[in-house]
Design a binder for this molecule. Structure first.
Ligand SMILES: Cc1cc2nc3c(=O)[nH]c(=O)nc-3n(C[C@H](O)[C@H](O)[C@H](O)COP(=O)(O)OP(=O)(O)OC[C@H]3O[C@@H](n4cnc5c(N)ncnc54)[C@H](O)[C@@H]3O)c2cc1C
Length: 370
């Protein structure tokens, strides 16, 4: 679409997580000025844990002019290390895919979730993000859609992007009412001071300690905060969204693991541990109409085994902006966006369902290039 058409296009993004914020930035970058993000929360935060922003995501940030903002609060990493549970055997040690694919070496950046959303939102113009806007109803009228929020506000837009996460209202009301699928796993996440990390992070690279039964303890150094993101994924039958666990329960999941991993678990403050059952969704057949499209977890929530959920949401944002820049109409842009992104995210959803087991690791990045 021409910049003059994009400038006034009424774009409403539902959800102010990584996907929604990245989509707003990417669309603003191609000249869209009438972009509004509607977020249900009254405060924009993310839980205390780290994630890895792949080189391909960092390259998009470079294109959007926000690389330095993200880099300032993150830790550049060269490679991923996978070790046996006891830490005695190196199973895989591989550079991040895409590291050398760009004009300058582009690392994977490890970042605290809160720092990432703060940094991303800080690059958006004031007034673009509207908190306390929980979408309760969406009506697709063909060439525009009407959004009704719990606070009584009603908004009509030429384009609606449903970036409202794994339990998406937009997906449920317009595309499929299939429920998220429980993986049989819990994720326990905490952030500890590097001073209490017992030397687990000698360099800037994440270390995954992998058991044979699907349990993984992994850590990501967050140098700009002098902290370590300390994470455990373990099997469980309890599918409650935020399971109630004790320190003893957590320690029991990592019996026989590297001594320092166990020691740190014993010293965790349970009130600062985030405990979540892990879900994904089955691939959604069609995630767009002529004026509404899904993006990020709402379109393709995947298990975190390959660390690709947030990265995919960011790539969706880049793909969406490319489609709007290249296609003549909104309907064509949304179709082109899905055609470009869905084969990739279908593949990532599939490989992310492969379990974690030390004996079967062939590569740190199975089935992935940059
Ligand atoms: C344990 C774990 C580890 C992970 N590690 C990684 C990793 O290392 N790398 C990686 O790339 N990914 C990782 N992920 C995945 C990543 O967290 C998600 O893929 C990512 O957060 C998806 O972003 P999103 O913006 O699509 O959805 P969300 O982050 O869920 O954001 C959705 C937003 O929409 C809002 N919302 C929801 N409903 C409404 C409504 N009705 N009205 C208005 N607003 C609404 C929500 O409040 C939220 O702010 C991990 C996930 C887990 C569980």
């Amino acid at each position: 679409m021409k910049p003059s058409e994009l400038k006034d296009l009424r774009i409403a993004i539902v959800g102010g997580g990584y996907g929604g914020a990245a989509a707003a930035k990417a669309l603003q970058n191609i000249g869209a000025e009438n972009v509004h993000v509607y977020e249900q929360a009254t405060k924009l935060t993310q839980i205390g844990a780290g994630i890895g922003l792949r080189p391909a995501s960092m390259d998009l940030f470079r294109q959007w002019g926000i690389f330095d903002t993200i880099a300032a609060v993150s830790t550049p990493s060269d490679q991923l290390n996978i070790l046996s549970a006891d830490g005695k055997t190196v199973i895989a040690q591989e550079p991040w895919p895409g590291l050398n694919d760009y004009e300058v070496k582009t690392h994977c950046h490890l970042i605290h979730r809160g720092d990432f959303i703060d940094a991303l939102l800080s690059t958006l113009p004031e007034g673009m993000v509207h908190i306390d806007h929980k979408l309760v109803k969406i009506e697709d009228k063909g060439n525009e859609a009407e959004l009704t929020f719990e606070n009584g506000n009603v908004v009509t837009a030429d384009v609606v992007i449903g970036a409202d996460g794994i339990r998406s209202t937009v997906r449920k009301q317009l595309f499929t009412d299939a429920e998220p699928v429980f993986s049989g796993e819990h994720a326990y996440r905490a952030v500890i001071s590097m001073d209490d990390s017992l030397g687990l992070a000698p360099d800037n690279n994440p270390r995954f300690y992998m058991g044979d039964d699907g349990t993984v303890a992994y850590n990501l150094p967050l140098r700009t905060r002098n902290e370590l993101s300390y994470d455990i994924t373990a099997k469980s039958d309890d599918a409650s969204w935020a399971p109630d666990v004790t320190i003893d329960d957590i320690v029991a999941t990592i019996e026989g693991f590297e001594e320092r991993i166990v020691e740190i678990a014993k010293n965790l403050d349970i009130t600062k541990v985030t405990s979540r059952a892990v879900f994904d969704i089955d691939p959604v057949d069609t995630w767009h109409s002529d004026c509404v499209a899904l993006l990020g977890d709402s379109a393709h929530a995947m298990l975190h085994h390959q660390g690709q959920g947030a990265n995919s949401a960011i790539q969706d944002a880049g793909g969406l902006a490319d489609a709007f820049a290249n296609e003549a109409t909104v309907a064509e842009a949304l179709a082109a966006y899905q055609a470009e992104r869905k084969p990739i995210t279908d593949h990532l959803q599939k490989i992310s369902r492969q379990g974690w087991a030390a004996h079967s690791v062939e590569s740190a990045f199975p089935g992935q290039d940059k």
